[in-house]
Design a protein around this ligand. Sequence first.
Ligand code: NAD
Ligand code: IPM
Ligand code: MN
Length: 366
Amino acid sequence: RPRLDLLVLPGDGIGPEVVREGVLLLRELEPSLPAELHIREGAIGGAAVDEVGDPLPADTLSAALSAGAVFLGAVGGPRWENLPAERRPEQGLLRLRKEMRVFANLRPLRLPPELSFLSPLRLEILGEGGLDVLIVRELVGGIYFGEPRGIFVEGGERVAVDTLRYREEEIARVVDVAFRIARTQGKPLASVDKANVLASSRLWREVVEAKRAEYPDVPVRHVLVDAFAMDLVRRPTAYGVVVTENLFGDILSDLGGALVGSLGLLPSASLSEGGPHLYEPVHGSAPDIAGQGIANPAGMLLTVAMFLRHTLAAEDAASAVEAAVFATIARGRVTPDLAEACRRAHASGRCPAPEVLSTAEFGAAV
Ligand code: NAD
Ligand code: IPM
Ligand code: MN
């Protein structure tokens, strides 16, 4: 078997707690995978600030760029909130994404029908098929990175500047990924923007329109982001693949976390072109529950499934992991974030009596 080097970056808060379960799952699967996995750990985020004073140490970055794939837990927390911008943990993650050129962040919002009871949405709104929407978020451009940025003094007062900037090619490459997935999955594409106000969105629309010619078989709609936020809650079945810019994608994916019942359920894959991909759950370091061993590792385990699919092309293993995660929850075996939804569903006969598990117990059950 070929060798594949994995760099694992646990980070802060619940990051290390969920990453541990991801690594245990990888080790369990390893003998039957098409590649031999060599797993190394590195420092990032607040943990790296504490260790070496830099949220993305040079050796972490070089290990990431030469790895076969990179896993990230989460970064950030109250301890590092008052550091200058460039030394904040989040800056380490943003730089890592930028340097790895992982421009296409796939964030699936999936809830199979047997888990519909986790969603606050009524059954008739979710539909027979459960929830199945893919957000494709542009990840290395837009207002997260545009220059100039910062707080300046102007006319005796402070002025804050962020710049939302996209080159045509930056839009085209992520839109192309979204079109390709929509075609493969036979789904419609929605491009979400704010073209009634933002120049960047008007260019975004033009690029989508131009791409359309290459994918005449994919139905495309443009939707304004405010209306989309409402519509995703009102009729999620109208959507298949959604492509959007960096900040809109960030906000909308947390909305997705509410729709599936917990942010702790959402995985993501950040894809580059030709380089290693970065695999990260959607949630953050969750300081409110960190250190208690109660974080939901499902998002991380489903992120492992995305690695199996996108880096190893091991589709069978990927679907097996997804099925195991969903089946564990369907049996009422859940971490505390899902316990209340499960209890309510149990009262109406839609879920077995919940058995509340720790992070490690849930991982072991999967
Ligand atoms: P968060 O995602 O950490 O938490 C939001 C809420 O969801 C909290 O109530 C938390 O307990 C809950 N939650 C999140 N993941 C969970 C899980 N796996 N299981 C159970 N519950 C879960 O967002 P926040 O509190 O706004 O941010 C905390 C820190 O994390 C900040 O420093 C932020 O910058 C950082 N952050 C990092 C990432 C990342 O590393 N990718 C993503 C988002 C936020
Ligand atoms: C995410 C997070 C990050 C983002 C932060 C921590 C920089 O919220 O991955 O969704 O905004 O991209
Ligand atoms: Mn986010």
